[in-house]
Design a protein around this ligand. Structure first.
Ligand code: UD1
Length: 422
């Protein structure tokens, strides 16, 4: 297994291009199943999760070709031959559940493996199931698979009122409703930019959607969707991660393609910690105002709140802050696995349930650490950039799921970072 070697070497300066959003791309790709005509995505990120979704769609009979080094995904679903999302693919990536809504809406039946647990918590799919049932689907659990069927072969519009905000369940419901008979109203919908991006793509395919980006989305079902070309929105989590580079190391980084509205709550916390973020013609420029950041408290929430996917990286920063910060994780129950690893680097963190108290230290120290999940892995790299000495981060396959060319992007800013192939 590959590992990443980092030598902390002070302030970093440069420009970092921000890729298309992994999480947007993972829901835009299954949208191809809704139409027999081609769907082309531009600005796609080159990541192993995208390769996994490609494999899943191909297993269903869709054609997916990566053009221009994978930045353009040309997809066509004119011949769907299989309606089963197999356990072997679904267990690798929970986002596989996003084929459920499109398959059901298109052909009236789908079989999708239950994803099982994952490192950051139980992560059930009951809300996806309930949304499909609200649209008239009959669902049975057999041998670890959800067997779903729409009576008469077509879903029907309905009111779907989510008891809690779920990004994935909102996406599944939105895609399914585009081809349902009649009107669907999704209440307590997720408002993430990835939902807005999906709605824009579906609209380009001929769907009738109103209210994306608010907590009520209304969809008027249509008989068919056509082909489209759609650019994937910038990755706000990759953006936030690289915004933390000058925050933790000093220096100045311009994140090309970054936009303030994607990272509002996060940028406010950075400002409170003593980090300036300014909009430029090409993106966002970030620099730390003093020698050290100040402690701030953080609570993760659905968008437009502080994203759970930036909590680990923010913790890395706060490990080096002056004072004590409290981080409360409200989205996933077990998302502090990076804390013991950061502790190996000299951080002072106490975790009690969903709350982590971080007492800032003046300097972190290099160590051997292990990545436990995607965002945890990059938080260790951020900490390593600011640490004294050498850090080896192992199990970096997690990193490759969500960050394209991380070593290259950081090296361009002067970081000493290299991949050690096993
Ligand atoms: C998406 C993102 C992930 C991010 C998360 C929260 C993708 C591919 N992944 O994941 O990076 O961390 O949003 O911003 O876009 N829940 C249920 N039942 C369900 C579904 C979810 O109880 O059927 C719970 C989850 O356990 C969690 C909360 O709802 O506590 C929010 O999860 P959700 O928004 O659904 O996350 P994902 O869509 O899986």
């Amino acid at each position: 297994m590959d590992s990443i070697l980092v030598r902390g070497n002070g302030p970093l300066k440069g420009q970092i291009p921000i890729a298309g959003a992994k999480n947007a791309c993972l829901t835009l790709m299954p949208a191809t199943l809704l139409s027999e005509e081609p769907l082309t995505l531009t600005n796609a990120p080159r990541l192993s999760d995208i390769a996994t979704m490609t494999q899943l769609l191909q297993s269903l009979g869709a054609e997916v070709a990566g053009l221009q080094q994978g930045q353009v995904l040309a997809m066509s679903s004119h011949g769907i031959t299989n309606h089963t999302a197999d356990y072997d693919i679904v267990r690798k990536m929970r986002a596989s559940i996003l084929v459920l809504g499109p398959l059901l809406a298109r052909d009236g039946h789908a079989v999708v493996s239950l994803p099982g647990g994952c490192a950051i918590g139980a992560r059930p799919v009951d809300l996806h199931q309930r949304a499909m049932e609200a649209l008239g689907a009959e669902i049975e659990l057999k041998d670890g698979y959800l067997h779903a069927r729409a009576p008469g072969g077509r879903l029907r519009g309905a009111v779907i009122d989510f008891p809690l905000v779920s990004v994935g369940a909102t996406e599944n419901a939105l895609m399914a409703a585009t081809l349902a008979r009649g009107t669907t109203v999704i209440k307590n919908a997720a408002r993430e930019p990835e939902i807005v991006d999906l709605a824009q793509c579906l609209r380009a395919m001929g769907a009738q959607i109103d209210g994306e980006g608010t907590s009520t989305i209304t969809i008027q079902g249509v008989d068919r969707l056509h082909g489209a070309t759609h650019p994937v929105v910038a990755d706000r989590i990759e953006l936030g991660t690289y915004m933390l580079v000058p925050a933790i190391c000093g220096g100045e980084v311009e994140c090309i393609g970054g936009r303030m509205e994607l990272v509002g709550a996060f940028a406010e916390k950075l400002d409170a910690a003593g980090v300036s973020v300014t909009e430029t013609e090409r993106g966002l420029k970030v620099s730390r105002r003093g020698d050290r950041v100040r402690a701030v408290d953080v609570v993760t929430e659905p968008f437009p709140g502080f994203p759970t996917d930036l909590q680990a990286q923010m913790m890395a920063l706060l490990c080096t802050a002056e004072g004590t910060s409290v981080l409360e994780e409200r989205i996933f129950e077990n998302r502090f696995m990076h804390a013991p690893e950061l502790t190996r680097m000299g951080a002072n963190i106490e975790v009690h349930g969903g709350t982590a108290t971080v007492h800032g230290v003046a300097k972190l120290k290099g160590a051997r650490v292990m990545a436990t999940d995607l965002r945890a892995s990059v938080s260790l790299i951020l900490a390593a950039l600011a640490a004294e000495g050498e850090t080896v981060v192992s199990r970096v396959y997690h990193l490759d799921r969500g960050y394209e060319k991380v070593e290259e992007k950081l090296r361009a800013c002067g970081a000493q970072i290299e991949r050690v192939r096993a």
